[in-house]
Design a protein around this ligand. Structure first.
Ligand SMILES: [Zn+2]
Length: 200
């Protein structure tokens, strides 16, 4: 639900009607653009992908990127996307793009708030089932389960290592680790995947 009294779904449909009045349908990218690279990044909308060469959609609805984008909190790899990306869509190179002031840093420092809110929102059976899934000690295990982290540079190094260790990862696939600084828009290379690709 949005903050306004109007249900969000109504606003979605109104926005869609305005969109369809404005765009040229023949300008929409219906064909899938071939692409061999994918970026795994955070769902935080402050991470502007124009910073790494992914254009916004144009006003007429046109414009399409050949770069596949996988967005999850923290910029953690979704293994399904990796498998389908590499073995069906032809992706041969990945960049993990994490960022400063990530929600995963907040989740690390405020894991107690997450626990309190779960206790308020979940009925006891659900909470117990989730605690069983995560295991005890719950607070420490929840941090790990969430992949919460303190420092995005350390986290991106760990994530690249974890991706490279997955049993379905071909050794010649380059996996880069990048950090986007929200305050400046600068992208820092923490791991250059070309230096590791093809290593046994
Ligand atoms: Zn984030």
């Amino acid at each position: 639900m949005s903050d306004s009294s109007e249900p969000w779904l109504d606003a979605v449909l109104q926005a869609n009607a305005r969109f369809r009045e404005r765009i040229r349908p023949e300008g929409l990218p219906v064909q899938r653009a071939p692409g061999t690279v994918a970026v795994i990044t955070c769902m935080d909308p402050r991470v502007n992908l124009e910073a790494i060469g992914i254009p916004q959609f144009a006003a007429d609805g046109g414009g399409n990127s050949a770069i596949r984008v996988i967005r999850t909190i923290g910029g953690m790899a979704d293994t399904r996307s990796l498998v389908i990306g590499m073995f069906l869509a032809g992706v041969r190179e990945f960049a993990v793009l994490m960022h400063t002031d990530c929600g995963c840093c907040l989740a690390y420092s405020r894991v107690g708030t997450i626990m309190e809110n779960m206790e308020k929102r979940l009925d006891p059976d659900r909470l117990r089932a989730f605690r069983d899934t995560v295991g005890e000690p719950f607070r420490e295990n929840l941090r790990t389960w969430l992949k919460a982290f303190e420092d995005p540079r350390d986290a991106v190094q760990q994530e690249v290592a974890d991706i490279r260790a997955l049993p379905f990862m071909p050794r010649d696939v380059a996996v880069h680790g990048l950090v986007y600084e929200l305050s400046s828009g600068r992208v820092e290379v923490v791991v250059n995947g070309y230096e590791h690709a093809s290593e046994a």
